[in-house]
Ligand binder design. Structure first.
Ligand SMILES: Cc1cc2nc3c(=O)[nH]c(=O)nc-3n(C[C@H](O)[C@H](O)[C@H](O)COP(=O)(O)O)c2cc1C
Length: 183
């Protein structure tokens, strides 16, 4: 099996991180991989905001935990607290051009896929964080658009936690009978 295939097959979401920060070189490679994703009509309809400020990540975590619990998300209900960002030292927000074409959702998701695979290939862990999007619910949107410097014309697409893994996730069971080949 070649290294690219092995990388894809062994990537897992990481939910526990070491506090050690990733290097700027690693970050640049990851962002470059994101920017090399294919896009409909080569629009590249994205913008990336990287947060490496521990205090800000802690503040966003607290808000998302409290609000997600209030919303009734089941995986928060039996917890006093945990960081929905898993206390990762780096968080990348992928933003999507709000007035791009109908494929922009795909484009930004492909960039997200490149981010997690690039991280894995550099020996880093990652986790895509839909739960973080609570930051942009109507009550908090204005605050976090300002705090994160979200440029006008862009909307948050997804957030991704990145850092050195401090856990080894169990092997994933893949769904069966989900492929048909017509020859
Ligand atoms: C769109 C999307 C949103 C996700 N949101 C979260 C999240 O908020 N929190 C989390 O812990 N994992 C999140 N995940 C990770 C999934 O739970 C994970 O990919 C899935 O369980 C499969 O595990 P694997 O990534 O280890 O293969 C998300 C994944 C995707 C693709």
């Amino acid at each position: 099996m070649n290294e690219t295939i092995k990388n894809i097959m062994t990537r897992r979401s990481i939910r526990e991180y070491k506090s050690e920060q990733i290097t700027d070189e690693q970050l640049n490679i990851i962002l470059n991989c994101a920017k090399n994703a294919p896009t409909g009509c080569n629009k590249q309809p994205w913008y990336f905001i990287v947060v490496q400020n521990k205090e800000l990540i802690g503040k966003m975590s607290r808000l998302c935990f409290d609000e997600n619990k209030k919303k009734g998300y089941p995986w928060y209900q039996n917890e006093d607290y945990y960081s929905p960002f898993y206390d990762a030292p780096t968080v990348i927000f992928v933003l999507r051009e709000s007035k791009s074409n109908e494929w922009s959702y795909f484009d930004c998701s492909l960039a997200t896929g490149n981010i997690v695979l690039a991280a894995k290939s550099l020996g880093l862990g990652s986790c895509i964080l839909a739960d973080a999007m609570t930051l942009f619910d109507k009550d908090f949107k204005e605050t976090y658009y300002t705090e994160l410097n979200i440029p006008s014309g862009y909307v948050p697409h997804i957030a991704i936690a990145i850092g050195y893994a401090n856990e080894q996730p169990e092997e994933k069971i893949l769904k069966e009978n989900d492929i048909d080949i017509i020859k």
